[in-house]
Design a protein around this ligand. Structure first.
Ligand code: URA
Length: 320
């Protein structure tokens, strides 16, 4: 048996409140997604982008955090081929497509229509997953757009006016919620990339939690000048946006870092009593620990945070 790998993408458009996927029609009449062989030296994403351009003339934007793999077997010149295909998700801003010689046409279709036109059983779940992920992506984009405008609507806004968006896969099972971005985060507009972020990376690594699989955000997503603690009013103003993120991502586990995010989700919770434990609710399991900034300042807190994360690693490994 010969093993081959291809890479391609679900290309979607959002127009008039609907998501549609791009399908290409082969000369034999069958419908497919843009995809092709991975060439030597190419990453899977590079292959997908090259194939998309060759087959459609489009250069859509890859949506980070999504990839799905399918496999099927077929015969070519009497030999059995075991084909693995990895699909990414990409957003196109245009509907105009220039199909390659290999194809006779194209169509933008609803997810259900895509399932029936492609017709392979093993594509039903990938199409559903790509559709769900595209919805989450559009919802988060809309949310971040509205959140970034918050400083414009509030008199005497006292935080940075630059939103630090949440980061990570939109279907993450684990969400980490910090307090508020620091100076480095405000500069690069990415959460937990400064000194606290390095310590968080270390805590995650020690507990075998993969940062790339976690969605990371903060209770307040604007830098408080001089690294001050956000006020009650500021936390309250940002809370609806945190709630909306929770509704979109729907994590099974939430790790709160410090008393501010714990207080937001569990107002009566005392960090000194709850850290390292798991608190279940119908929607998610809450895991609380100290903020890495506090752990950087006090050795005692660092030891507690390390032991909390060790417990979290075990809990996640058993229940994910
Ligand atoms: N501390 C936080 O709470 N959030 C960040 O994004 C960075 C540091």
């Amino acid at each position: 048996m010969i093993r081959e790998t291809s890479s391609g993408a679900f290309i979607f458009r959002y127009s008039k409140g609907k998501i549609s996927f791009l399908l290409l029609q082969r000369k034999n009449g069958s419908w497919d997604l843009p995809k092709g062989h991975v060439e030597r030296g190419e990453t899977l994403e590079e292959t997908a982008m090259r194939e998309i351009f060759e087959e459609t003339g489009l250069r859509p934007k890859i949506v980070s955090g999504f990839s799905i793999s399918t496999s099927y077997k077929f015969k070519r010149e009497g030999k059995l081929i075991d084909k693995k295909v990895i699909f990414f998700l990409a957003e196109s801003s245009t509907a105009k497509v220039k199909v390659s010689e290999e194809h006779s046409g194209y169509k933008w279709v609803s997810p259900d229509k895509a399932k029936s036109l492609i017709g392979h059983k093993n594509m039903i779940t990938p199409i559903s997953k790509a559709h769900i992920y595209a919805c989450k992506y559009l919802n988060i984009k809309k949310l971040n757009f509205a959140y970034a405008l918050l400083p414009k609507h509030i008199k005497n806004w006292g935080l940075s006016k630059r939103l630090v968006p949440g980061e990570g896969p939109l279907d993450a099972q684990v969400m980490i919620i910090g307090q508020a971005p620091g100076r480095s985060e405000d500069k690069l507009l990415r959460p937990f990339i400064g000194r606290s972020g390095k310590l968080l990376d270390n805590l995650l690594f020690r507990s075998s939690i993969d940062r790339d699989k976690v969605y990371i955000t903060s209770a307040v997503q604007f830098f408080p000048p001089d690294n001050r603690i956000p006020t009650k009013e500021e936390i309250k103003l940002c809370y609806p946006f945190l709630q909306d993120q929770l509704k979109i991502i729907r994590p099974k586990f939430i790790i709160t870092l410090g008393r501010i995010p714990l207080g937001v989700l569990f107002p009566k919770g005392k960090l000194a009593l709850l850290h390292g434990k798991s608190i279940s609710s119908p929607e998610y399991t809450l895991l609380a620990s100290y903020h890495p900034a506090a752990a950087l300042r006090f050795k005692k807190i660092l030891k507690i945070a390390e032991s909390d994360f060790e417990s979290f690693g075990k809990i996640l490994c058993n229940r994910q």
